[in-house]
Design a protein around this ligand. Structure first.
Ligand code: BGC
Length: 750
């Protein structure tokens, strides 16, 4: 307890982090002293509403029915919405529930009223929900938004999400997802900020600040829940939930940094990952939870398991039964059980038998109550009626504007042969691709709480922009080509815009794939469209990097538009017509072939770097380099880099470069700083991102861009978790992507 309060007190000095006042700490202690063992364990129990009695048809059959088209996804969602649900009111009344999931503000108020007025101690619930990239106002999926390299944007969109969450009764967002991910076969790459630990750390900081720091009103902030701790993104083969084995140095240098950054920013809670790490499931991993996260990194609030993960420790083969799983989890430092009810059913007995000390339970409860107190839930448990009716009507205009800005900044131009883009308003557009007309597809994976009436499809975006457009769906990621529509499409328009990619259901959880090329018959459709000889623009709408070698060789213009959220259509139209000059960059390398996964720019050096010679590290049937590397993205203007300079000054390296906009269009360039530690006591990456800036340049404008790199940030962790700064030769690179850079070497001593 002393330690926990030292943490909370210590941070109490910091502006805006999760902190408690002395009065709140006293209240916490007073509550704890009144709680029975059951009530304490109740706080550690998270539930979600369950459907009463189930459906007449089993869930597996319903899923089959969606697949073969007997019912639509919308019909299933409607059935789920209408089904009678059990919200565990009795358990709440008895003080046996600490948290519930949900996004219904009226229901939230009803349940809070039971907790506040009918439970013995009147402790409010903390209502959690997956608000990963927005709630009502959905902004781009994280892999897209991270590509804006805009820290202020990361923060602003999170702020918007926090406000909307509170308006729906949610005080706790299961976000940000900050898993570094380097294997595009893993469907969850969509949810996170890509393959680089430095960018992921800045993304994590922005998101935590946005969710938590505006504490001026209760309605403005929520508790962040950074996830999935730890190394979930390294699941073997990109297969979801799979095993993870890695060295301690890799863990510390690549997968931990975003979590370390989030802890420094004061993130209130953490969700443990499903996977095992070197044989120990994260759910019961004492070294990672209690020792590293809580003791070393100083987590202020609590840790929650992933859904049903405590029970899954039995399936992992690490626990013999529910009791064993519950004991192992709580002893490892897992404070809250998501969904398995194992804590509720098993922990009291374990405490009585002396298998779990009461001090362990008390610590968990202190952490949970601390977050509830900090959120102001005791004083403000309810969503005001006025706020509920506001959102029933519409989304605030400033949220829509921000969703549009975020979408615009996230678009990446991959190719623009013969300046096909931007399209002139006088040109007639033939729009094809089923994805282009489906408003509900713009939201992407892990979006819940949106309304289709708020979503702008690409078709609608073009119409809103006043385009002269005809539309033929022709073919989507699933199903056959509609030949009649395709031949009609081939005869229309001055320019063809083909929207291809993945449905929103194709990325996110449990969507790993072995083949990440364009799904279905979409390539065939592109072939036919190209045969017309008309200019063709491919707009990609997807949740993961795609292996698009053929497309990059054959389609003259390619725009990576990801799943951009509710304003997708307007943002895509802005870029297609050139009212917005694209500035987004890729945060995940695009391979030429699926078989090259995992592919990432910051790989360790080998003794035989890939080259002409056969006996080097490469595939004999694939290009050596990424099709489009990390950091890549072009625009409607051209930026020239010159005159790199690197000098050492005390604790800093001063790096500068001259940038010139040699085109006729104003543009924003994401200038990227990389380094390589040439000789070290451990093999180091060929390049590592160490800084970035968004620089706006008018036509013909020149600017000197300066970076100050703190030498303390040039080290690395060894295999005992020790941070080392080793003197020697470093290469410093600056450029507009991770491959095309200027370079200067410098000897550095620390
Ligand atoms: C996911 C988490 C999510 C949780 C609650 C799990 O299946 O892995 O990311 O927060 O469900 O919905």
């Amino acid at each position: 307890m002393q330690k926990l309060y030292a943490v909370l007190n210590n941070y109490a000095k910091e502006e805006n982090s999760m902190r408690l006042t002395k009065k709140q700490m006293e209240r916490l202690e007073s509550l704890l002293s009144q709680m029975t063992t059951e009530e304490k364990i109740g706080q550690m129990n998270q539930v979600s509403s369950s459907i009463v009695g189930g459906f007449d048809i089993p869930m597996s059959e319903l899923q089959e029915m969606i697949k073969d088209g007997r019912i639509s996804r919308e019909e299933l969602e409607e059935m789920m919405d209408k089904a009678e649900r059990d919200y565990h009111e009795e358990d709440i009344r008895a003080g046996l529930v600490g948290s519930i999931m949900g996004n219904d503000p009226k229901k939230a108020n009803e349940l809070q009223r039971i907790a506040m007025e009918e439970s013995r101690l009147g402790i409010p619930l903390i209502i959690g929900f997956d608000v990963i990239h927005g709630l009502r106002s959905v902004y781009p999926i994280s892999i897209a938004e991270a590509g804006s390299f805009d820290d202020a944007l990361f923060e602003e969109t999170a702020k918007m999400a926090a406000k909307e969450s509170r308006a729906y009764g949610i005080g706790w967002n299961f976000a940000p997802m900050i898993d570094v991910a380097r294997d595009a076969r893993w469907g969850r790459v969509s949810e996170g900020p890509g393959e680089d630990p430095y960018l992921a750390s800045r993304f994590a900081r922005g998101k935590v600040r946005g969710l938590q720091n505006d504490q001026s009103e209760v309605g403005n902030y929520v508790a962040a829940c950074v996830k999935h701790y730890i190394a979930y993104g390294a699941c073997e083969g990109g297969k979801d939930y799979n095993t993870v084995a890695m060295s301690s140095s890799q863990l510390h240098n690549v997968y931990l940094p975003p979590f370390r950054a989030a802890m420094e920013e004061g993130a209130a809670t953490v969700m443990a990952a499903f996977n095992d790490l070197n044989g120990i499931p994260c759910t019961v991993n004492q070294d990672m939870l209690r020792d590293t996260l809580k003791d070393k990194l100083g987590l202020r609030g609590f840790v929650v398991s992933d859904a049903n993960a405590i029970r899954e420790c039995i399936t992992h083969g690490i626990a013999s039964d529910n009791t064993d799983a519950g004991i192992k989890a709580v002893m490892a430092g897992m404070d809250m059980d998501m969904g398995s009810r194992i804590y509720l059913n098993e922990l009291k007995g374990a405490v009585e038998k002396g298998l779990v000390p009461m001090s362990v339970i008390d610590e968990a409860v202190r952490r949970i109550l601390a977050v509830k107190l900090w959120l102001g839930l005791f004083e403000n448990p309810y969503v005001p009626e006025s706020v509920i009716s506001l959102y029933e009507k519409e989304i605030p205009a400033e949220h829509i504007a921000l969703a549009r800005k975020a979408a615009e900044e996230s678009i990446v131009l991959l190719k623009n042969e013969n300046n096909i883009l931007p399209i002139k308003k006088t040109q007639k557009i033939c729009l094809v691709g089923a994805l282009a007309g489906k408003a509900e597809e713009v939201v992407g994976a892990w979006a819940m709480g949106w309304k289709v009436r708020d979503c702008v499809s690409i078709l609608d975006g073009l119409k809103n922009a006043g385009a002269d457009v005809v539309y033929y769906p022709c073919c989507g990621p699933e199903g056959e080509i509609n030949d009649a529509q395709l031949s009609a499409a081939c005869n229309e328009g001055d320019v063809i815009v083909a929207v291809v990619g993945e449905t929103r259901a194709m990325s996110g959880e449990a969507t790993s794939r072995t083949d990440i090329s364009l799904p279905g018959k979409q390539r065939e459709m592109l072939e036919k469209l190209l045969e017309t000889g008309k200019p063709v623009v491919a707009v990609l709408m997807n949740g993961r990097p795609m292996a698009i070698k053929w497309e990059s060789e054959n389609v003259p213009a390619i725009l990576e538009a990801w799943h951009l959220g509710i304003q997708m259509g307007n943002a895509v139209a802005d870029v297609l017509f050139g009212s917005v000059n694209p500035s987004g960059k890729l945060v995940s390398s695009f391979p030429a072939h699926s078989g090259q996964c995992p592919m990432y720019y910051n790989h360790p050096n080998t003794g035989r770097p890939a080259g002409e010679s056969k006996f080097t590290s490469k595939y004999v049937d694939a290009p050596i380099e990424a099709l489009y590397p990390f950091g890549y993205g072009i625009s409607y203007t051209k930026i020239k880099y010159d005159d790199i300079s690197v000098t050492e000054q005390n604790d800093w390296l001063n790096v500068s470069v001259m940038l010139k906009n040699v085109g006729d269009t104003e543009g924003v360039e994401v200038v990227q700083l990389y380094m390589q530690d040439v000789t070290a006591s451990l093999v180091r990456p060929v390049r590592e991102l160490k800084g970035y800036q968004r620089i706006k340049l008018k036509p013909k404008e020149e600017k000197k861009v300066c970076f100050s790199l703190n030498k303390q940030e040039m080290g690395f962790y060894d295999n005992s978790g020790k941070y080392l700064l080793e003197d020697g030769l470093f290469r410093i690179f600056v450029g507009g992507n991770s491959k095309d850079t200027l370079m200067q070497e410098i000897m550095v001593s620390f």
